[in-house]
Design a protein around this ligand. Structure first.
Ligand SMILES: *Cc1c(COP(=O)(O)O)cnc(C)c1O
Length: 360
């Protein structure tokens, strides 16, 4: 850092990003998120394995979307844009609203009505975005914003905006910087597939500059009811409790396939039940509260362990590493947590009753 204070991903990784001295840097000090060793999960994989969790929920608005948004909004400001628009399953809108607020420009958001988590909706609203809930899903919202930006001078900040991917690739740089190399495997949720595209791009760039030696095997997971890539066809009515990945026709479909195939990885699916089991396990065993879409990473890890996917790596006595991406914070969707666990029992304010209830 050259003795400078941390000021976000544009400042830190400037030489890898399409910015110049003329680019205004709109930042909330995003990035620099912890890579947390996960002892319980490591033990489940085997004695030679180290599992790490990249906790992207600790970004300023609570998801990885901030990495892409700092660059997308900075570039929009450089181009003198006065308004940005996005379709969102929630986190993109929270992030766009916050960064547009710092930049002092207008933000318009189209969300699928009734299908975004409460925390995310509250963020977009409190940051002053113009939020419109449509009677349709994310894919329909994205179709509309594409049309709107073709007709009006409004900048699109969904991940089809190439600056989003550029900003998001910095997460793989951080992982390599921390571990001293890329991990052997990376597991992540796949929705619109911008993030798997971004990570793979980042890993390849770092390796090509000799800043890392290996490339990870990329393992992506979609939700069972929203798994177009796995099923090899768009899903008209995607359904899953993991609302951040409730997408039937991913914009970055082909680059997700490239990441999978070039890395020798896979894109598979996990059920909502598996996601919720992983969601609880992550909170109870590793002390980390991530939103359901993020838990798809852990559900994927558990599925692969069960299938014996890591067996051959456990057999040769070399250490290997797995990084699971936890894309968003658990507080984004408090309703899901409360629905997953039984709500607290209402007790009389009486010492004896309480002591009996807690088992002493
Ligand atoms: C956006 C998002 C995803 C999906 O990322 P894509 O780039 O759309 O594949 C996963 N989890 C969370 C929490 C998200 O906000």
């Amino acid at each position: 850092m050259n003795g400078q204070k941390y000021k976000g991903i544009i400042q830190k990784y400037r030489r890898f990003l399409p910015v110049s001295e003329k680019t205004p840097v709109i930042t909330l000090n995003e990035g620099n998120t912890p890579l947390i060793y996960a002892g319980y999960l490591s033990g489940l994989v085997g004695k030679n394995c180290e599992v790490y969790l990249k906790y992207e929920g600790l970004n300023p608005t609570g998801s990885f979307k901030d990495r892409g948004m700092t660059l997308a909004i900075s570039k929009a400001c450089e181009a003198k844009a006065t308004a940005v628009i996005c379709a969102s399953t929630g986190n993109t809108s929270a992030s766009a609203a916050a960064y547009a607020a710092v930049a002092g420009i207008k933000c318009i958001v189209l969300i699928p009505g009734g299908a975004i988590a409460l925390g995310k909706l509250s963020q977009a609203l409190i940051h002053g975005a113009k939020v419109l809930a449509i009677k349709g899903n994310f894919d329909a919202a994205l179709g509309l914003v594409k049309e709107i930006t073709q007709a009006f001078p409004i900048t699109l900040v969904n991940s089809i905006n190439p600056y989003r991917i550029q900003g998001q690739k910095t997460a793989s740089f951080e992982i390599c910087d921390y571990l001293g190399d890329a991990p052997d495997f990376q597991i992540m949720p796949v929705g619109n597939a911008g993030n798997i595209t971004a990570y793979w791009k980042g890993y390849k760039e770092y390796q090509s500059q000799a800043l890392s030696k290996k490339l990870p095997v990329m393992l992506g997971f979609q939700a069972q009811g929203a798994a177009p890539i796995v099923r090899n066809k768009p899903i008209l009515n995607p359904e899953t409790i993991a609302t951040a990945i409730r997408i039937g026709n991913p914009a970055s479909w082909s680059s997700a396939i490239d990441a999978r195939d070039e890395s020798g990885g896979l894109i598979d699916l996990v059920s909502d039940t598996q996601i919720l089991t992983a969601y609880k396990m992550l909170a109870e065993k590793e002390g980390i509260f991530a939103e359901p879409a993020s838990a798809a990473s852990i559900a994927g890890l558990l599925k692969l362990i069960k299938k014996g996917y890591f067996k051959k790596y456990n057999l040769n006595n070399k250490k290997f590493s797995i990084v699971c991406i936890l894309t968003g914070h658990g507080l984004k969707d408090p309703e899901r947590a409360i629905k997953t666990i039984s709500p607290p029992k209402l007790m009389r304010a009486d010492l004896k009753t309480i002591i009996k209830e807690i088992g002493y």
